[in-house]
Write a new protein. Structure first.
Lengths: 148, 119
């Protein structure tokens, strides 16, 4: 599913909402898994100011050549253990990431990650709800057309 | 393709936001068609269809032949690949990240029931 630079990714993890929320917001956890494969995310390169308006920065170091890429984000919502929202101003016109944590009541938690760079004016002009509805199956559609 | 600006992506996604235009694309995925052929299944004027086609053309999703007089429309696969690439890139990032998170969680479980881990 997705849209104008918008997509949703769902995963179920064997852990409580609280632990998953902490994994996504505590440097000592983030250092274990944050950076893409082939990178490390050293503890001293992670900044988490866990409040709306606080900074969320992660410096990822490429293992092969030592080059570094830093994510610069600002938290928009911090609601432990159910929701986390941040915005990266310098990515693709302003990338907003929303992560929601839902208790599945059997020791598992569904984590839904939604990313969007839809400019606000653009979205309202189209009529937000209709727009999202019409594009909900976009992934499947693109895959069907490209045969990939 | 991967160097196309974010603005171009917005135009492309906006073009895809309309069900009529997506139906036109689906029809074109089976082969070239003229504006008249594309208009036939819709309760819309050929003029309205032409407008939709202009939007799709502007977004780079289709092109129109300059050779034949009927100027048939056809899909431009490169633009679809660009959009699919955008989605795929972001999905891959999160897929890998959550795979590593699962490994980290497994490590925490092994470390003890209180979920702490030695550094």
């Amino acid at each position: 599913m997705s849209l104008p630079g918008e997509f949703t990714y769902r995963r179920t993890h064997q852990a409580s909402r609280e632990l998953l929320f902490d994994c996504m917001t505590r440097p000592e956890h983030l250092a274990h898994f944050w950076g893409p494969d082939g990178t490390t995310t050293p503890l001293d390169g992670i900044t988490v100011e866990l409040r709306p308006g606080g900074r969320f920065e992660t410096a990822m170091v490429n293992v092969a050549d030592g080059s570094q890429y830093t994510m610069h984000a600002v938290f928009l919502a911090v609601e432990r253990p159910s929701k986390l929202v941040w915005r990266e101003a310098d990515v693709e016109g302003g990338m907003i990431t929303t992560i929601t944590f839902t208790d599945l009541e059997d020791g598992q938690t569904e984590v839904v990650t939604h990313q969007s760079n839809v400019p606000p004016g653009f979205a309202s002009a189209e009529g937000r709800s209709g727009f999202e509805t019409s594009l909900r199956r976009f992934d499947d559609y693109i895959v069907a057309l490209t045969g990939s | 393709m991967s160097t196309a600006p974010a603005d171009e992506l917005s135009v492309t996604f906006a073009a895809l936001a309309d069900p009529t235009r997506r139906a036109i694309l689906t029809r074109l995925s089976t082969g070239e068609a003229t504006v008249g052929q594309l208009a036939a299944p819709f309760a819309l004027t050929q003029q309205a269809i032409s407008k939709h086609i202009k939007v799709l053309e502007h977004a780079g999703l289709i092109s129109r032949s300059r050779v034949a007089q009927a100027r048939p429309c056809r899909l431009e696969p490169a633009q679809f690949e660009y959009v699919a690439d955008w989605i795929g890139r972001h999905q891959r990032t999160w897929h890998e990240r959550y795979d590593r998170l699962d490994e980290h969680l497994a490590g925490l479980r092994e470390a003890g029931p209180d979920g702490t881990e030695e550094e």
